[in-house]
Design a protein around this ligand. Structure first.
Ligand SMILES: *Cc1c(COP(=O)(O)O)cnc(C)c1O
Length: 426
């Protein structure tokens, strides 16, 4: 079927999409009139997999029927609850199972990784981040540096893209790393940037950092579950993520960490210890001496948050059934279709901030309306009221993410059509 701009084309694409049936596995919020919203906000909070409720209920039942015994004797023993997430996380991260662990939330994990992997020494004291890094990452890095007695103003380098709110060229990042490497202890960048939707060339950045003996870590909040990752092969030192965006784990879902195999037994590195990072064999005999587990699990502190992990089991079943490569293939088509419609209909009124190159973006497109900020905000509010769920990020960005697990071509078409009407009416 040749591409056309009418709704029938989108409907046809959905009919022919072998992954379309996955949508029925999710609860989609409804408008007041009972019709489902067009949900394009999975970059902020993924939708609820229907099976999440059953699994959560089973854990509530285990609590009421078994109480303390559920730690060891229930269908999914709580003591090792997080281990059930490991195989799927390893697949999504492109990692060996021993390199990943589900624990905590993203910013907490970032602090834990900084404890071990920010090792200022001699002239190498700086952390390279980007100027537009997510607020929490900046706060974490700056406060972390400060509590070591180091002045963040001197130790945190913030790289900026060529133009405000613009996107980066990998060459610039790599040149900067090469140029200042002797002063850089750690390179900490996003996999996919939360505001612009730009996907960083993690492989090249990691290779450059490693070549110059800088430690390299990535924040994968917007990358995991969105694009295929190969953290082990890319030779990344560590990575952190949250569980509620593309992983669909629900609010406050358990996040995760990747620690490369070469650090599995880096017991000389400082780390914040807790009993859950201690050797499983002697954890409950509670010896005086802390004996860290090898691998990523050795960075755990507390026992796993079972209710924050349970919904991820439902989501991972869908990821495992489908595979990230098939999801990515659909994602490329969906986002490409969104871009095509916006360019055809709204060239005059919408700037697409996200790069056009497929390898430089995930599913999200960040849009800037060529209108006053107030008019743009009003259009976003009208979209929301009409049931087109995307979000606004200051200063002037509308983020829209068609997620291949639960969005289809008709969602994309309807959104672009609604935006077209609002932009021409305004
Ligand atoms: C969503 C997000 C976070 C969230 O941090 P939490 O600690 O999980 O609340 C952090 N960093 C980035 C880049 C994010 O997109």
């Amino acid at each position: 079927m040749t591409i056309s701009f009418d709704r029938a084309y989108a409907e046809q694409q959905d009919r022919e999409d072998p992954l379309a049936e996955l949508r029925a596995e999710f609860d989609i919020p409804c408008r007041k009139n009972g019709s489902p919203v067009v949900y394009l906000c999975g970059h902020s909070l993924g939708l609820q997999p229907k099976a999440a409720r059953r699994i959560l209920n089973e854990e509530l039942d285990a609590w009421s029927e078994l109480a303390v015994d559920a730690h060891f004797d229930s269908k999914r023993p709580w003591v090792s609850y997080h281990e059930q997430l490991t195989p799927s996380l390893a697949r999504l991260a492109g990692a060996r199972p021993s390199e990943v662990v589900a624990m905590n939330s993203l910013t907490v994990n970032l602090h834990l990784m900084l404890v071990s992997f920010y090792r200022p020494a001699g002239a190498r004291r700086k952390i390279l981040i980007e100027r537009r890094a997510f607020s929490s990452d900046r706060y974490a890095v700056r406060s972390h540096v400060a509590q070591r007695g180091i002045d963040p103003a001197a130790a945190v380098i913030e790289i900026e893209p060529p133009r405000a709110e613009g996107t980066f060229h990998t060459d610039d990042i790599c040149e900067l790393i090469a140029r200042d490497a002797k002063e850089i202890a750690l390179v900490l960048l996003p996999g996919v940037q939360y505001l612009t939707g730009q996907c960083f060339d993690m492989e090249r950045i990691a290779a450059t950092a490693r070549k110059h003996a800088c430690v390299v870590g990535f924040d994968l909040a917007h990358a995991i579950g969105n694009i295929p990752l190969h953290l082990h092969d890319w030779d990344v030192d560590f990575a952190v993520w949250c569980g509620y965006k593309y992983l669909n784990g629900g609010p406050g879902a358990i996040g995760g960490c990747f620690v490369h195999e070469r650090h599995a037994r880096a017991f000389h590195l400082p780390r914040f210890a807790g009993w859950w990072g201690h050797d499983k064999r002697s954890r409950f005999s509670m010896p005086d001496e802390f004996v860290p587990l090898a691998g990523a699990e050795g960075w755990q502190i507390s026992n796993p948050a079972v209710f924050a992990a349970a919904p991820l089991l439902a989501s991972f079943e869908l990821f495992d059934r489908t595979g990230i490569d098939a999801l990515r293939a659909k994602s490329i088509r969906l986002t490409g279709y969104l871009e095509l419609l916006l360019r055809a209909w709204l060239e005059e009124s919408v700037e697409i901030v996200t790069p056009s190159a497929i390898e430089a973006r995930g599913c999200q497109l960040s849009l800037r309306l060529k209108k006053s900020r107030d008019e743009a905000r009003a259009i976003h509010e009208r979209l929301s009221r009409l049931g087109y769920i995307c979000d606004w990020r200051d200063p002037d960005i509308i983020r829209v993410a068609p997620v291949p697990l639960y969005n289809g071509f008709v969602d994309v078409w309807s959104f672009a059509d609604a935006l077209k009407r609002l932009c021409t009416a305004a």
